[in-house]
Design a protein around this ligand. Structure first.
Ligand code: NAD
Length: 502
């Protein structure tokens, strides 16, 4: 039996329960259908066949989940940090123990290749461990003294919070938002993306089996315009941690305005990778290719604009085209696959539309530029060359394995092109000139920059974007700043003169 067939059989074993029961909500420790009984199908991008029916929830389900989160908050927020830490470490261990189930389910639900998804659970567990270790000190503050007063700060968990996640690497991203919320003492109502609901259900089950008290993490499935909207509008929700498109972030901000919520937004990107002719070009070509063609290019930090020094433009883009042409596009459970099917036929249609736009705008298609096979959501890794930064392929987030290469003549032009976008999530810079790297990173408009490297995450480092790419940072202690309220208490240091009015 081939490895793919063996993996398919194992995946079927994991999916069987979802095929039988559907993907239910999880509220106050119970698996429940939507109050209305409504469902929708989640389809596999491999063959467009339904995998399971999913609870199609609305305001009533959100309200139930918020009530459960509110009740649980009274105890969870007072549970000592050491105890929260111990429970969250157990969650991390339980995630690791079910790594294969998580990976196979994610591959079938999202089309992401197993070679990358096999690490999703490991990274998800790492997120839980990292934030668990910070739970005991989450409330700590500082003492600020002057001659009269001693000010003492501390942090308190905000209350029940809403976490709204997208369909790209949904398991990993959910843990990245949920783990710090739980570590800080908040309780959570999670609304995962309608295109990829399955591993969110695994997460809440795993967490409760590992000892997370019921009601601390609640899951409500459904569409953004009903379940998502109701979550953002609910008075009982104190903050919204949102990962998704910039346009959706705008809507959420407007929806939540009447209830004055705190926001953390991780939004879209059109991230430049800038390659100067003094760089290590072998490493730069590998990194630039990896950052757009791994994870199907469905990655917020993907380097989707390749800015290349004009002296090496022909040679460098030829190297990247060679890589793109060699990439194996195939079934996500095939261990050899690098690029699997895109998440959904709607998204495939959107990505394909940019192939026509590129031609119409006068760019050259140096690799790919077409769909791949007739079944499923497969497209070929694509490279556009001879592009200019005003083209739609340079300005709009395509969110697929599609790279736009633009030449530049000097530092000034590289910087101007790099910053000429509404987005500012990440930027990648390749040069062996340290002074140039300093000058460029001083001026690049991006929340995160990597010099001579692809995106290598360090969990204590801040994560987030500027401009239309986001508001706020997480990672390290910044996640606790978001999920906790800072309070200050002032004590007199001596019997000072209280002002008298009469
Ligand atoms: P999306 O904005 O369409 O959906 C994200 C989530 O928001 C889904 O759960 C959806 O149901 C919900 N939603 C939609 N409308 C809503 C509304 N009116 N109210 C409340 N919730 C609503 O995004 P997507 O297509 O699922 O994901 C891809 C996008 O996510 C890309 O733009 C990508 O760059 C971005 N992303 C950003 C980061 C980051 O860290 N900056 C990380 C991953 C993905």
């Amino acid at each position: 039996m081939s490895q793919l067939q063996e993996n398919l059989n194992r995946a079927e074993g994991y999916l069987k329960r979802f095929r039988e029961t559907g993907v239910l909500n999880h509220i106050d420790g119970d698996s429940v259908p939507a109050a209305s009984g409504a469902t929708f199908d989640t389809i596999s991008p491999v063959d467009l066949k339904p995998i399971a029916s999913v609870a199609k929830s609305g305001a009533q389900d959100i309200d139930r989940a918020v009530q459960a989160a509110d009740k649980a908050f009274k105890t969870w927020s007072k549970t000592p940090g050491k105890e929260r830490r111990a429970i969250l470490i157990k969650v991390a261990e339980a995630i690791e123990a079910r790594a294969e189930e998580i990976a196979f389910t994610e591959c079938m639900d999202t089309g992401q290749a197993l070679r990358f998804m096999s690490k999703a659970a490991i990274r998800g567990a790492a997120n839980f461990r990292f934030f668990a270790d910070k739970a005991p000190g989450a409330e700590d503050g500082v003492a600020l003294r002057n001659e009269n007063q001693m000010n003492v700060t501390s942090r308190r968990p905000l209350g029940p919070v809403g976490v709204i996640t997208p369909w790209n690497t949904p398991f990993m991203l959910s843990t990245w938002k949920i783990a710090p919320a739980l570590a800080s003492g908040c309780t959570v109502v999670h609304k995962p993306a309608e295109f990829s609901p399955m591993t969110a259900k695994l997460l809440v089950e795993i967490a409760e089996e590992a000892g997370l008290p019921k009601g601390v993490l609640n899951l409500v499935n459904g569409f953004g315009e009903d379940a998502g909207k109701a979550l953002t509008e609910h008075l009982g929700i104190k903050a919204i941690a949102f990962v998704g498109e910039s346009r959706t972030g705008q809507m959420i901000m407007a929806q939540a305005a009447p209830t004055l919520k705190r926001f953390h937004f991780e939004l879209g990107g059109k991230n430049p990778v800038i390659v100067f002719d003094d760089a290590d070009l072998d490493r730069a070509a590998d990194a630039a290719s990896f950052m757009i063609y791994s994870l199907n290019g469905e990655r917020c930090t993907s380097s989707s604009r390749l800015l290349v020094h004009d002296t090496i433009y022909e040679d460098f883009t030829r190297r990247v085209a060679e890589v793109a042409n060699k990439i194996k596009v195939g079934h996500p459970l095939d261990p050899e696959t690098v690029v699997g099917p895109l998440i959904h036929p709607e998204h495939k249609k959107k990505v394909l539309s940019y192939f026509d736009k590129a031609r119409a705008e006068g760019a050259t298609i140096a690799a790919g530029g077409e769909k791949c096979g007739d079944e499923g959501c497969y497209i070929r890794p694509t490279l556009f060359t001879q592009a200019t930064n005003d083209m739609s392929i340079s300005q709009e987030e395509i969110f697929g394995p599609v790279l736009t290469a633009i030449p530049f003549k000097d530092e000034e032009e590289a910087l101007r092109i790099a910053n000429d976008t509404q987005y500012g999530l990440s930027a990648y810079l390749w040069t062996n000139d340290l002074n140039r790297a300093m000058r460029m990173t001083d001026e690049l408009e991006a929340g995160m920059m990597w010099v001579n490297s692809e995106n290598v995450r360090h969990l204590p480092a801040p994560f987030g974007g500027v401009k239309s790419s986001g508001i706020g940072r997480d990672g390290g202690d910044w996640s606790f700043d978001f999920y906790m309220e800072l309070v200050n208490v002032s004590f007199p240091r001596k019997m000072h003169q209280v002002s008298k009015l009469g």
